[in-house]
Design a protein around this ligand. Structure first.
Ligand SMILES: CC(=O)N[C@H]1[C@@H](O[C@@H]2[C@H](O)[C@H](O)[C@@H](O)[C@H](O)[C@H]2O)O[C@H](CO)[C@@H](O)[C@@H]1O
Ligand SMILES: [Zn+2]
Length: 301
């Protein structure tokens, strides 16, 4: 299909690259219109490099502004030119990890009025008219309040955008709504590879990691291996948040993860397309039988 339009809704600067960077680079390179919406500036994040530590929320509190620049560089690396902050830069502040005092801070995303935030996203959906929307599952992929809220706002906006009773612009029905996903079998093989390689990062037991899904829940495997270098460049752009030592990376908790050019998704709404040739285990794929979609736009007329 021509005129493909993909909308991704992510919570903080860096999530777009960690979970969907190769997929975004692939579709952008293939001429699809890729729109990234980021819900906060990541103001409450930790800072890895010592020389940037002064930006931290408990020091200069300038991390949000700094991460705007990191995100711009990451978007350039993956070829994404249409990026928006939900409600405008800094409209909703990063809420911090679940249970942090910052969860209760007025103006943080976790405290956002759902319909107000969803209305902001409906405006973008009715302007861009994407066939595909990608965000997190009900648990926000790993339980972070801003990720859970990104899911809730996206699902609400998906419904409202198609509702003729919702004011402002022509209704638009997004054909396919996806969750990002990381199959546990891929995590297990990756942890084994890290142990064998003796990586400099911590290697945690997969069952102790806050994310991961059953292989059988995955509906879609995007093989974007040709774009993994772009994903690595984008990860390097998020230097306050990520340590990158390809093919590995780590967040500020120094727990190692593998950088994959193959990324996985769960179709939450819409009609799946036909199965296609997936990726082998050694590439981070789910391997045989290749009974999953291999294109987010598959099956859309
Ligand atoms: C990938 C992601 O969502 N990162 C968030 C997350 O950052 C984590 C947080 O600082 C945690 O305390 C660390 O142990 C972990 O290593 C970090 O990845 O939460 C931040 C605060 O809400 C957010 O800014 C960051 O983007
Ligand atoms: Zn995040």
């Amino acid at each position: 299909m021509t005129d493909r339009r993909l909308l991704l809704v992510h919570a903080h600067p860096d999530d777009e690259t960690i979970e969907t960077g190769a997929t975004m680079a692939k579709y952008a390179a293939e001429g699809a219109h890729v729109t990234l919406v980021t819900c906060t500036l990541g103001e409450e994040g930790e800072v890895i490099p010592e020389h940037l530590a002064h930006h931290a929320p408990d020091r200069d509190d300038t991390l949000g502004t700094y991460r705007i620049g990191e995100l711009a560089d990451a978007c350039k690396a993956i070829g994404v030119t249409d990026h928006r902050f939900l409600g405008g830069p800094g409209h909703w502040r990063d809420s911090g990890m679940m249970g942090a005092a910052s969860n209760g801070r007025p103006g943080c995303f976790w405290q956002a009025d759902l319909d107000e935030a969803a209305a902001e996203l409906v405006e973008i959906i009715r302007e861009v008219r994407p066939q595909v929307l990608v965000t997190y599952d009900e648990n926000g992929y790993y339980g972070h309040p801003d990720h859970i809220q990104a899911h809730r706002v996206s699902w609400r906006a998906f419904k409202l955008a198609a509702d003729p009773a919702h004011p402002g612009g022509e209704p638009w029905r997004v054909a396919k709504f996806y969750y990002t996903a990381m199959p546990r079998s891929v995590m297990r093989r990756s942890a084994e590879s890290m142990r064998e390689a003796g990586v400099r990062f911590l290697v945690e037991d997969v069952d102790d990691m806050p994310f991961g899904c059953r292989d059988e829940d995955v509906t879609t495997e995007i093989d974007a291996r040709p774009y993994v270098e772009a994903k690595i460049d984008a990860m390097r752009a998020h230097a306050t948040q990520l340590s990158v030592d390809p093919p590995w990376f780590a967040l500020s908790n120094d727990v190692g993860q593998q950088i994959f050019g193959v990324e996985h998704f769960i179709l939450r709404a819409g009609v799946p397309g036909p199965p296609g040739p997936g990726a082998p285990h050694e590439a981070g794929g789910l391997g045989e039988p290749y009974d999953r979609e291999t294109d987010l736009f598959a099956g859309i007329g």
